[in-house]
Write a protein that binds this ligand. Structure first.
Ligand code: ARG
Length: 572
């Protein structure tokens, strides 16, 4: 569909460029018009001229023929833009025929998205919830814009804890262990292993030997390791299914994937003279990273015992994503606490020439999920909350909320809708927060049918579907609707704002931009629906015009929610 905002921006740029090629038109939504351009003010200051005069001159270069019905200079030098209703109607008709597709800005990119990345034999916690939800929404949105998306689930599947995990698996028996892991008793499995490790010298010694066997590629040890990985991944998949995310087994590129790359990687760093030995460990000191005492900070590539750490795998991953996958953009959807680690990895990758100016690596950081006490979300016993129990509770609460509303849903549909509402509520509460901010996990707020919530948007969508269902009215064919009332006009302009909302989401890498847009559309639709009779419109013609606005609103809401990974049931 047309990107209204981009169209206006490009016309304005051209007009401003007649006065100054670097001028920014500063296009904004407006209370008095459909849009306003405020750029003449700053430009006048720079040119030492009167702002109104500059605005007038810009307008004389401005070609908005067939797009705007009126362009006027107001106040100190704002340029007010009034869109031509016929233009709006034609673009809506086009969206109705051609669909809501959004072309990419510039040429399509190959984007690697590193997200979810839980750890084998460890429970997924709310931090994993955030990366999984945000990452998945970004993947869907980037794909929608025509980019090529490669999902990488960089699971934690390697490292010294696997010695003790394998020994624990042997102690309790393979089938027992598989059972515990597959049903998601990951915490107790890990904890038991840890307890034995700390309490039992003999177990500790066995675990150490097991690590050596694992690293040297012993077949039987690898087989046991694979059991741990497979059972955990099976469990992760169950969580993904419940959550409705798009990750599959083929997206798993765990830390172990890079094992063979690590020795040559260290060798390459050595040849490039980037390695420094520090306390027996091999490190790189990227410039600009210092500790509190101003001492330069090392990125430890190989530990003094010869083992490779988290940093080495991350370096190997960058090298692989650029070298083998030919990524143009790499997004790391990882919690804010890892900011310095990733920044150092990116810096070292640049020093080594694995990352150059042609590739962007970006940390898509996110804040924490807090409990009502504004501390990290925990159970009452102070333990971290199991992700599945959280999701199950969401569904139960949605069932209860649904039961309170009279509805004619059959039992099966009701269960499906409760699932959509519960999971949607959790996802939306997360995605609608600017991602770097912490947010308070609040059941009542996220499940409310009013306010900026998932259920509110789902309900707005279902309500429109019910207009068609109740009246038996067919979804209207594309037509050039008359937009006589201010509410119709406002809704039309809002609907054509989808591409801009998607662009802003990609630009900020924060789905809250799309959420805010959808909430705005739903709110504007409510006013329209209150003020403009649809089924009882004054004429058959007007009824069809308004039904078209209804059906496009439903399409925008369903598409937007879909891009966030949230279902939009037709009945609620
Ligand atoms: N597995 C890690 C964790 O659960 C996160 C990995 C993040 N991704 C990365 N490329 N470092 O904390």
């Amino acid at each position: 569909m047309i990107d209204l905002r981009r169209l206006l921006e490009s016309r304005l740029f051209t007009a401003f460029a007649a006065l100054d090629p670097d001028a920014d038109p500063v296009l904004r939504p407006s209370d008095r018009a459909d849009f306003q351009a405020n750029g003449a003010l700053a430009l006048a200051k720079r040119l030492g001229r009167k702002p109104r005069e500059v605005a007038e001159e810009v307008c004389s270069h401005l070609d908005l023929e067939g797009i705007c019905s009126l362009v006027e200079v107001s106040g100190p030098g704002f340029i007010n833009l009034f869109l031509d209703p016929q233009f709006l109607a034609a673009e809506l008709a086009r969206a109705a025929t051609e669909g809501l597709g959004v072309p990419p800005e510039g040429s399509p990119l190959r984007v690697v998205v590193d997200y979810s990345h839980p750890n084998v034999a460890k429970e997924m916690h709310v931090g994993h919830l955030r990366t999984t939800i945000i990452g998945d929404a970004l993947c869907r949105i980037l794909t929608y814009c025509g980019h090529e998306v490669i999902r990488e689930n960089h699971i934690g599947d390697w490292g010294t804890p696997f010695g003790m995990l394998i020994e624990h698996l042997l102690d309790i028996g393979e089938s027992e262990a598989a059972q515990e892991l597959s049903v998601g008793d990951l915490t107790s499995f890990y904890r038991q292993a840890r307890i034995s490790f700390d309490a039992d010298e003999e177990f500790k010694e066995r675990s150490r030997r097991r690590v050596v066997l694992l690293q040297s590629g012993d077949e039987e040890t690898l087989r046991l390791w694979r059991v741990l990985v497979a059972e955990s991944v099976g469990y992760f998949n169950e969580v993904y299914r419940k959550l409705g995310v798009t990750l599959t087994d083929s997206d798993i590129v765990g830390e172990s994937f890079y094992n063979a790359d690590l020795p040559p990687l260290v060798e390459e760093l050595r040849q490039k003279r980037l390695l420094v030995e520090s306390d027996g460990a091999l490190c790189v000191f990227p410039p600009g990273f210092v500790a509190r005492d101003e001492a330069p900070l090392p990125l430890i590539v190989q530990k003094s015992d010869g083992g490779f750490g988290y940093a080495a795998t991350d370096l190997a991953a960058i090298r692989d994503r650029v070298g083998r996958l030919k990524a143009d953009l790499i997004l790391y959807v990882v919690g804010a606490p890892q900011e310095q680690h990733l920044a150092m990895c990116f810096a070292v990758a640049k020093m080594a020439g694995w990352l150059d100016d042609g590739v962007i690596a970006d940390h898509v950081a996110f804040g924490s999920v807090l409990g009502a006490d504004h501390k990290m979300l925990k159970t009452r016993a102070g333990e971290s909350i199991k992700l599945v129990s959280l999701l199950d509770e969401a569904i139960l609460r949605a069932q209860a909320a649904l039961a309170e509303r009279s509805s004619d849903l059959g039992e099966q549909e009701r269960a499906a809708v409760a699932r959509a509402i519960g999971i949607g509520a959790v996802k939306y509460a997360d995605l609608s927060t600017e991602r770097t901010r912490d947010y308070v996990f609040d059941w009542d707020r996220m499940l409310a049918f009013e306010g900026n919530t998932g259920p509110y948007l789902q309900y707005a969508h279902a309500r429109i579907c019910s207009i068609f269902r109740r009246s038996g009215a067919a979804r209207p064919a594309a037509r050039e609707a008359r937009l006589d009332t201010p509410q119709e006009r406002e809704l039309a302009v809002a609907l054509l704002g989808l591409p801009e909302a998607i662009r802003a989401t990609v630009r900020d890498r924060s789905p809250n931009r799309l959420c805010a847009y959808l909430f705005e559309v739903a709110t504007i639709f409510t006013t329209f629906y209150e003020q403009c009779p649809v089924l009882r419109a004054e004429s058959e013609e007007r009824r069809e015009d308004r039904l078209l606005l209804c059906s496009l609103t439903a399409a925008v809401l369903a598409t937007g929610l879909g891009l966030l990974g949230i279902e939009a049931p037709e009945r609620m």
